[in-house]
Write a protein that binds this ligand. Sequence first.
Ligand code: NAD
Length: 275
Amino acid sequence: MSKVVVLTGAGGVLCSTLAKALAEQGHKIAVLDLKLEAAEQVAQDIKAAGGTAIGVVANVLEKASLEEAKTKVNEVLGPVDILVNGAGGNHPLGTTSNPFLEEADLENTTEGFKTFFDLDSKGIEFVFNLNFIGTLLPTQVFAKDMIGKKGCSVLNISSMNAYTPLTKIPAYSGAKAAVSNFTQWLAVHFSKVGIRVNALAPGFFLTEQNRTLLTNSDGSLTQRGQQIIDQTPMSRYGVPEDLISSTLYLCDEASSFVTGIVIPIDGGFSAYSGV
Ligand code: NAD
């Protein structure tokens, strides 16, 4: 059955792939992104492939912007059945320069060098807001359409960081842990009104967000990039297509008794102790 699916951050690498895969199933797709041009391009690609889609500008941190987007989605596609909360990411101001604090770091005066003590609360706030508030607000706005209907669900995007924090990125790790926790909370809260809430926890996918952390300018892996591959039993980064089958499953009636779960899609990263 054709459903109306809203995806936030769907101008980006991972969720544009999910938007296209959901369109191929015959669903009507609202591609939401802060960058209108990116959203419109993805909608255009879907239409060119024979699907139904609209690109809509929306800031997941502003309720008024989301309400405006919802009015447009409702007018053109109808009431929303499925929400994929894909907008998210990290920020350099919430990131330390080194994985471990050494005494000598406190004397380091190199421009841009950051220890834990230099982390800027504005940067931390930005990352918490984008990932957590940016999941909560779209759910408040779009899940209202789902009440009293059958086959509705919310899919959040968590991360490997939610299980065990990665070095250097305390804000992103904490924010994604909040997304996983919220997924369970909301699944319980919405259980009596028939809205299922689940999440994906992608491992490591080489995208624009992390390209400079994981690869050098010549395309070779940074030390951190190599460390990730060494810690991933399947010895590769994920590709966006790796997320498709779990997304289709969690958004479909096939998973009608599944709610409150977070599926790791990580090539075995979270199962491996490193020894
Ligand atoms: P991406 O940067 O390619 O896409 C993110 C999109 O979100 C961008 O198009 C951006 O314009 C949009 N966006 C940013 N701020 C926004 C806002 N305030 N309102 C609306 N849209 C906004 O990133 P991606 O790799 O495709 O990541 C998608 C999701 O997957 C994110 O939640 C990310 O944290 C998560 N994730 C990514 C990885 C990875 O390895 N790439 C791993 C685990 C989880």
